[in-house]
Design a protein around this ligand. Structure first.
Ligand code: PXL
Length: 307
């Protein structure tokens, strides 16, 4: 069931609380939680906003979108792409939202560029509903390297978004770059991971969800820290890596957290959806994962949890 806006109450599938008195049932339908995702629209490529919209919606959470840029396709493996920067739209859109009194229960940021950090911080400050969550996926790097188009000083700018975030979701490469360190992708131990996590908290993030952690060739997982305790979730390592899995992970994580799930539980669900998406992707489909095929599994898992 989905956590209600009223502490201690839960919503049924239709967003209702049913209250009983002696003879009657009284049904109150609640306004759904509204999340704003801020990331690009890659027209083709199964990443960023085209992943967040369906997956956050599948979690029963309204997903509004502020596109940071429009690209013909993503930059991870295609030979070329068009890129239309939408930074200039951000301040006028923010002003209009403020004028209309529109606010959000959560913000989930992904692939954005340097000029957008300040406008995004302003939107998070001025368009937040009470208690709004900030979920930051510092989508900028993988496998030891920054994505094409980001300069070496971008990670220090991204660190500004991580400061004050309720949840950050870096992979091991992004975590190292945020801390100004060389990425280490293998041969590390728990002490290394927990030192990295501590460094990320020191940037000002409340909860750290570090992905791509592995202490054993056969398993790949996530370290989830609230600043006091580090907990781990592992799945069997699949024989292939795929583009867009970070976006699938972050979208399901955001949807699950907004439903009221605990961070480890949300990370475990997100990892299961990532694994199912990879398993459902034929080898010749090289540019993304077929996450669409895992949506029924996500829906089933959310329904099972409803009891
Ligand atoms: O999945 C991350 C991502 C998002 N958006 C764009 C990208 C990438 C990774 O390459 O290129 C445009």
């Amino acid at each position: 069931m989905i956590e209600s806006r009223r502490p201690g109450y839960r919503l049924d599938w239709a967003g209702c609380i049913t209250q009983k008195n002696n003879t009657t049932h009284h049904c109150i339908m609640e306004v759904p939680k509204r999340l704003l995702t801020i990331q690009d629209i890659s027209c083709v490529g199964q990443c960023s906003a085209t992943v967040a919209l369906p997956l956050v919606s599948a979690c029963g959470i309204e997903c509004a979108v502020l596109p940071s840029a429009v690209l013909s396709n993503h930059t991870g493996g295609f030979s070329a792409w068009t890129f239309h920067d939408l930074t200039g739209e951000m301040a006028p859109i923010e002003a209009e939202w403020i004028r209309q009194g529109l606010s959000f229960d959560a913000f989930y940021t992904g692939y954005v560029c340097e000029s957008q950090i300040a406008p995004i911080l302003s939107i998070m400050e001025h368009c937040a509903a009470p208690g709004a969550l900030r979920i930051v996926d510092p989508a900028m790097a993988d496998n030891g390297r920054l994505y094409s188009g980001f300069g070496p000083d971008f990670p220090s700018k991204m660190a500004r978004l991580c400061k004050g975030a309720d949840y950050i979701l870096p992979n091991l490469t992004e975590a190292a770059l945020l801390l100004g360190r060389e990425p280490v992708l293998e041969g590390y131990d728990k002490a290394f991971v927990e030192d990295t996590v501590a460094g990320l908290h020191a940037l000002g993030a409340k909860n750290v969800i570090l992905t791509g952690v592995s202490f054993d060739q056969a398993k790949l997982g996530t370290a989830v820290s609230d600043g006091t305790t580090v907990r781990y979730d592992f799945n069997p390592r699949l024989p292939r890596m795929a583009h867009g899995t970070g976006d699938v992970f972050a979208s399901v994580f955001a949807g699950a957290v907004l439903r009221g799930r605990d961070a480890l539980d949300s990370a475990a669900l997100a990892a299961d959806v990532v694994c199912a998406s990879i398993e459902a992707t034929p080898d010749e489909h090289w540019y993304g994962v077929c996450f669409e095929r895992a949506i029924p599994l996500l829906a089933d898992r959310l329904r099972q949890a409803a009891g």
